[in-house]
Write a protein that binds this ligand. Structure first.
Ligand SMILES: *[C@@H]1O[C@H](CO)[C@@H](O)[C@H](O)[C@H]1NC(C)=O
Length: 336
């Protein structure tokens, strides 16, 4: 078990194991946990004020808005996580991910070839999705580790990750053990996530904190840091099944943890809000939050994703409106 009481930690990971992919240093290995990073006080009223003023202040001009809408599409993890998912509906979703916006609209603005960031499915649907996405550049994310509740034993969780990766998943959205966070068992949480990271191999690990089930913002901040120290390439707010989904407030806490972690280690870890994000306006709110808090680099699909099942419908309507001045009825833009 990792010892959190040690006062001195050898800071070996980032230099030795950093993997340089394009211009991104992927969070490819585990930093020995540093307890001092966890000593944090989160000023909740200030966070809430900042999030509220973000909503009020934000007004993106028309032309820029179109560009940001397209960016939101590129950053979407188009998701289906239902008991009645079939290979057939997953294939339809993959077709949507490959061509999320009407080609004639994209051609009008020279943006042919725009795709979603990823398709997100259960492990059993990965083989069908992998076949459908082959050669498209769209990433394939599988949820794992007993999604959404994470109440399954470690060995089956690891097997689940390995299965999904073997079938072609390039990203694994894992759920963290909430009971460890609530009990403040940071060392155990760290060790568990390191196991998951090893099982992911070269697939990116996206850690779902399920913030709706965490008692306060400090826990959210600490859990974010532990998840990053253990090698998460992205931290994600929610499974979409808790009674509280992503919010700007809690996102701000996570995003600031990402910033602190970056300042301390040089690793860029991504952020994925998920759950209940349906409107283009909400998606743009998150994008501009990334821009303001972390900078332009964090508005690209390798460091920012929006997990959503029906967001693209509204974004497509807004793009059409931006280009033609008219809204299409929703039924003209079927999801699949
Ligand atoms: C959270 O998100 C899920 C998935 O989008 C949605 O079904 C649910 O209604 C949302 N819950 C709340 C409280 O907004």
């Amino acid at each position: 078990m990792t010892d959190f009481n040690e006062t001195h930690y050898v800071f070996k990971a980032m230099v030795v194991y950093a993997v340089l992919i394009a211009d991104v240093v992927v969070n490819a290995f585990y930093e020995p946990p540093r307890p001092t990073l966890l000593e944090v006080l989160v000023n909740k009223p200030a966070i809430i004020r900042r999030a509220q003023s973000h909503v009020k202040r934000r007004s993106i001009k028309k032309k820029a808005q179109l560009a940001w809408l397209l960016r939101a599409v590129a950053c979407t993890d188009i998701t289906t996580l239902a008991g009645d998912d079939t290979d057939e509906n997953v294939r339809r979703l993959c077709a949507k991910a490959k061509s999320p916006i009407r080609p004639d609209l994209l051609a009008a603005i020279g943006m042919e070839g725009l795709t979603c960031g990823a398709v997100c499915v259960y492990p059993s649907r990965v083989p069908a999705a992998a076949a459908a996405l082959e050669g498209t550049g769209v990433e394939l994310a599988a949820v794992a580790t007993g999604f959404p509740c994470g109440q399954t034993p470690m060995h089956t969780n690891v097997q689940e990750i390995e299965y999904a990766v073997a079938c072609g998943a390039t990203e694994i959205d894992i759920v963290v053990a909430r009971e460890l966070i609530i009990a403040g068992e940071w060392a155990a949480l760290y060790d568990q996530l390191v196991e998951y990271k090893k099982a992911c191999g070269s697939a990116h690990m996206k850690s779902i904190l399920a913030i709706g089930q965490l008692p306060d913002y400090r826990m959210v901040y600490k859990a974010s840091l532990i998840a990053m120290m253990a090698g998460s390439d992205m931290i994600k707010t929610s499974t979409g099944t808790e009674s509280i989904n992503a919010s700007l407030e809690v996102s701000l806490v996570m995003v600031r943890a990402i910033r602190d972690y970056y300042e301390q280690t040089g690793y860029m870890v991504g952020f994925k809000p998920a759950g209940g994000i349906r409107s283009a306006k909400t998606a743009l709110g998150y994008l501009s939050l990334m821009y303001e808090e972390l900078g332009h680099r964090w508005t690209k699909p390798d460091l920012f994703r929006i997990g959503a099942s029906s967001l693209i419908i509204d974004v497509e309507r807004q793009i059409e409106h931006g280009l033609t001045g008219a809204y299409a009825a929703k039924h003209y833009m079927p999801m699949s």
